[in-house]
Write a protein that binds this ligand. Structure first.
Ligand code: 8Y7
Length: 280
């Protein structure tokens, strides 16, 4: 186990652990109140996360929390692209763009995005083609339903089998379009159409997806699966976030998407040394 810190590209080596720091540029983001909408604030926040050990910064312009409404493409572009440009001009860090819209993907790729992070796994129109025409890696996340209604009674015949089948189908679509397997990262999508029990089953059985042979990304930071289990407000979910991140890594995740980079890094360093590690 080797902890990659910046500068770094996205690593596909199963021994490399990477922290993806969340930078939200949506005005209605539920956990930072949209306070980083200004570019200067965004850059400041990015610099802190890099210094704390994030090697990937994830920028999102659309809130996908349960109940969230759709954001216009032009709004997403005007939120994301200036921040992407500013980060790439200033820092040597991999930038991930959290979007499901093909035109946002295309512009982001043009301005140097290092990863497309799509919670809809490239299912929207033209997304597969846009990514195929580039050489950028993509994270395919599983979601059941749509953000507005996904937490209303999610159902699976078999949670792990159903999500595995979804991954296989999306990988096949990508490969057919010319996206090589070695550009694909998988994410089971904690909180996206899953009950509390299903989220914790996923966390404990994450290793089941390793048989697909692709890197696994896990995003549990500050989510309801923590709040609802522990009865904690968003601001009180740090311990739960770190604990779930660590469990995800122990169960096979190599990238963790987090708000609290410094604290997560402390925990990962302790995990890594027990795996006889050199920390980068
Ligand atoms: C995830 C994500 C969100 C996740 C990946 C939140 C954009 C909700 N969650 N992307 N995005 N995985 N890959 O609470 O779990 O951060 S948004």
């Amino acid at each position: 186990m080797n902890i990659l810190t910046s500068p770094a590209a996205i690593s596909f080596n199963q021994n490399d652990i990477q922290i993806m720091g969340i930078l939200n540029v949506t005005p209605d983001s539920f956990s930072d109140g949209g306070q980083f909408t200004q570019i200067d604030n965004a850059l400041h926040q990015v610099e802190i996360m890099i210094n704390e050990g994030a090697s990937i910064i994830d920028i999102g312009g659309e809130s996908t929390r349960p109940g969230a409404v759709d954001v216009a493409e032009s709004d997403e572009i005007s939120r994301i692209i200036p921040v992407l440009k500013a980060i790439k001009a200033r820092f040597d860090v991999a930038v991930s763009i959290d979007t499901s819209k093909s035109n946002v993907m295309a512009q982001a790729i043009e301005y140097g995005a290092d990863l497309i992070n799509d919670v809809r796994a490239l299912q929207n129109a033209h997304c597969v083609e846009v990514v195929a025409q580039s050489s950028v890696p993509v994270c395919l996340m599983h979601m059941q339903g749509k953000p507005r209604t996904m937490q209303q009674n999610p159902h699976y015949d078999d949670l792990i089998d159903d999500i595995s089948a979804f991954f296989k189908q999306r990988i096949a679509v990508c490969e057919d379009a010319g996206i090589n397997r070695n550009r694909i990262i998988l994410d089971p999508g904690f909180g996206f159409g899953k009950t509390l029990e299903q989220n914790y089953q996923l966390l404990s059985q994450l290793a089941a997806f390793k048989s697909l042979g692709l890197p696994l990304l896990s995003g549990t930071s500050r989510k309801s699966m923590i709040g609802n289990l522990l009865n904690r407000e968003v601001s009180e979910r740090l311990v739960g976030s770190i604990t779930t991140a660590l469990l995800a890594i122990q169960n096979g995740a190599t990238i963790v998407r987090v708000h609290d980079v410094k604290e997560t890094m402390d925990a990962i360093k302790i995990l890594a040394i027990t795996h006889k590690t050199t920390c980068a």
